[in-house]
Design a protein around this ligand. Structure first.
Ligand code: NDP
Length: 472
């Protein structure tokens, strides 16, 4: 029988995506490097196995596909993707396509797309978010590649994607790496979202002395309001969960060292290359890196144990909620600015509102706020700033006051809130019409004769420094 689409890599994501495709009525041919995994997968697929065509070789996989052939690769990102591409391409014909659905670095996607184009094969970079559950029942999908080849598989992609009021959370963002880039920035924002929630947890635990279950109940409450989101919801649930072995709150038995696979870091690196600085995401990446220095932190705790602090009054729960909301909007503001800068640099013509829309369901950062963000972007962002959107004016005004109190409190109590502090510094910078870069420019001119612009538009572009390096 002829399958509509093929899939290589029956790991967590690939297996669930295959079941999702089959469940939506599309026959899918599957291949896994270790053949025993394929057998076990088909055996566990139940009634859906009628629409699953197992293949034990790449040749058999390709032979089972209707033309033009389309094969999704869902393997470990990096060299494994190149290995699978190298195995598939000699078996394919012009017009066929390969879709990389893993978390690729978009530079790799651009390189692979160019290499396959030489062979008259199409390459699509497809970002998939939503974890195991999303892959099985509807992820958020971010596509980059040639639009004509996307048209061939669009019905399948839209069928398997999450839905928001009936509309699929899948979109084509532009050529080559555009989809993987949007997915990378999604993950960067996810880092910031998670970190900010963790910072509130820290203030309530170490500042207010609340127990995890109490903090969890507060998060569950917030999840009924404007902060309604998957991450706030699961954070509430996690905090209310006891450890089956000890009966203690499960967070209390988890080592406080965070892992990372690199997408947050890629977001920051790419943003810096583009002349941007997503300081809330940087803070979140930094916090994970610092968390891994456990031994250092233990020594530091012993060394500076006696440093007295004189805390301000802790913000109310309502203020923390407002602060979290404002900081979150600031993090998204920075995320959208990266997308905008990359779109300019790579000529992608990215639709930012569409990114907000595909993130509304299926993915890890799904939240009620994304509806408003998408609407705000469609209404037009003053200076490209989400924080200037008229729709968010009230939230930002109230939230900024609460954020300021929260950061002041944290500083006074000696509790680190790197993402909140960076969000506030960014906000205060973006509302300061005259900053302090006049002095930076003078310093640069003094030591390096770099010159400066005068506010009166006058011609003298250097200062009268005695003993400074000679200038032109
Ligand atoms: P798993 O570790 O569960 O599965 C990895 C798969 O890759 C296996 O099928 C493995 O085959 C295959 N593989 C590894 N190396 C090779 C190779 N050299 N040649 C052929 N096949 C190979 O990974 P996941 O399903 O979690 O992740 C897959 C991709 O999806 C990654 O890019 C990941 O970043 C991304 N992703 C994961 C999410 C998640 O929540 N887990 C969410 C969104 C994206 P074998 O059985 O033979 O070892």
């Amino acid at each position: 029988s002829q399958a509509r689409i093929g899939l290589v890599g029956l790991g967590v994501m690939g297996a669930n995506l295959s079941l999702n495709i089959a469940e939506n009525g599309f026959p899918v041919a599957v291949f896994n490097r270790a053949g025993s995994v394929t057998d076990a997968f088909v055996a566990s697929a139940g009634a859906l196995s009628a629409r699953i065509v197992p293949a034990k070789t790449y040749e058999a996989l390709i032979a089972s596909l209707a033309k033009p052939r389309a094969v999704i690769i869902m393997v470990k990102a990096g060299g494994a993707v190149d290995a699978v591409i190298d195995a598939l391409t000699p078996l394919m014909e012009p017009g066929d396509m390969i879709i990389d659905a893993g978390n690729a670095d978009f530079h790799d996607t651009r390189r692979r797309e160019a290499a396959l184009r030489e062979k008259r094969l199409n390459f699509i970079g497809m970002g998939v978010s939503g974890g195991e559950e999303g892959a099985r029942h509807g992820p958020s999908i971010m596509i980059g590649g040639n639009p004509e080849s996307y048209a061939v598989i669009r019905d399948i992609i839209e069928a398997i994607a999450a839905k928001h009021e009936g509309a699929p959370c899948a979109a084509h963002f532009g050529p080559d790496g555009a989809g993987h880039f949007v997915k990378t920035v999604h993950n960067g924002i996810e880092y910031a979202d998670m970190q900010m929630i963790a910072e509130v947890y820290g203030l309530l635990r170490d500042g207010a002395g609340r127990r995890p279950a109490e903090i969890g109940a507060l998060f569950a409450d917030w999840n009924k309001g404007p902060l309604k989101s998957y991450l706030v919801e699961i954070s509430g649930r996690v905090l209310g969960t006891p450890d089956p072995q000890t009966g203690k709150p499960i967070v209390d038995v988890i080592v406080d060292m965070a892992g990372q696979k690199g997408t947050g870091r890629w977001t920051v690196i790419e943003a810096l290359r583009l002349g941007q600085s997503p300081s809330t995401i940087e803070a979140a990446v930094a916090a994970r890196s610092w968390s891994s220095e456990k031994a250092t932190r233990e020594e530091g705790a012993a060394l500076f144990d006696d440093l007295a602090s004189d805390p301000l009054l802790i913000p109310s729960d309502r203020e923390l909620e407002q602060a979290l909301l404002a900081a979150k909007i600031i993090a998204y503001d920075q995320g959208f600015k990266i997308l905008s800068a990359a779109s300019g640099e790579y000529e992608w013509n990215l639709d930012l509102a569409s990114a907000a829309e595909v993130w509304r369901e299926g993915c890890i950062i799904r939240s009620a706020l994304l509806d408003d963000m998408a609407a705000a972007i469609r209404e037009g962002l003053p200076q490209g700033q989400l924080i200037f959107a008229p729709r968010f004016a009230g939230l930002i005004r109230e939230g900024a006051r609460a954020l300021r109190h929260t950061v002041s409190y944290a500083a006074s109590a000696g509790l680190p809130v790197p993402a909140f502090a960076n969000a506030l510094a960014y906000f205060d910078t973006m509302r300061q019409s005259r900053g302090t870069a006049d002095l930076i420019q003078a310093q640069r001119d003094f030591f390096g004769a770099h010159g400066f612009a005068r506010i009166d538009g006058g011609a003298d572009r250097h200062g009268p420094w005695a003993g400074a390096v000679a200038h032109s």
